[in-house]
Design a protein around this ligand. Sequence first.
Ligand SMILES: [Zn+2]
Length: 245
Amino acid sequence: MTVPGEAAGALLRDAAAAPYAHLDELTPPGGLLVVVPHPDDEAIGCGMALAAAADAGRRIGVVLMTDGEGSHAGSARFGRERLVALRQAELARSLAALAGGAEVPVHRLGLPDGCSTESDLTMDHLECAVAFARPLRPRAVWTTWEHDPHCDHLTAATLARRLAERLGAVLWRFPVWGRFGEEVAHHEAELRLFASPPHLARKRAAIAEHRSQFTDLIDDDPGAFRMPDALTAHFADHPEIFLRG
Ligand SMILES: [Zn+2]
């Protein structure tokens, strides 16, 4: 995936006129399952809504699809094991910041980061995720958007759709990379914005926990992913975007 240089695009223009959703529309009282392709998508994609959901008493669980081991594959200092441990710790701190003390269980699927496809999703993955989610009694499933130009985000959307069907829950997708650029199609989906100013600080704190992605913490891999500052600022400031349908 080519990382865009600026926070602009067709979806963002359309989203500017979209109605704001109440939290109950995005996640009715009960449980909420969030399917994230990588540690950090929960913060940049839906962190403010997650914090609001936690404060409203929703039981939240996270299915983590990949461990995010592909972000710095060329680093000598951070080999795969060390990088995965770092990203797990960042995710745990991010969720702690968002949930404000509520416990948020995480179920790791361990799909390959950066190259997952629908065919990697086995019945075992689905059944284990269903078994993880059932005690939460989810009434909503949130995930990344199938039009995000990143294979893992598409795979996560496929998995989440299957989970929502199995669990009888409403499915909402939050676009991350598909916000930017002109080559996205979303006219078939209902578009909603979400903002909760009291929860913005917790979203920003959660984003800041992902130091491996948003800073030069790992500086020995010239080909590594590093979020451009303009996009970090966008994710930290912009209302969140959700799509249904
Ligand atoms: Zn991602």
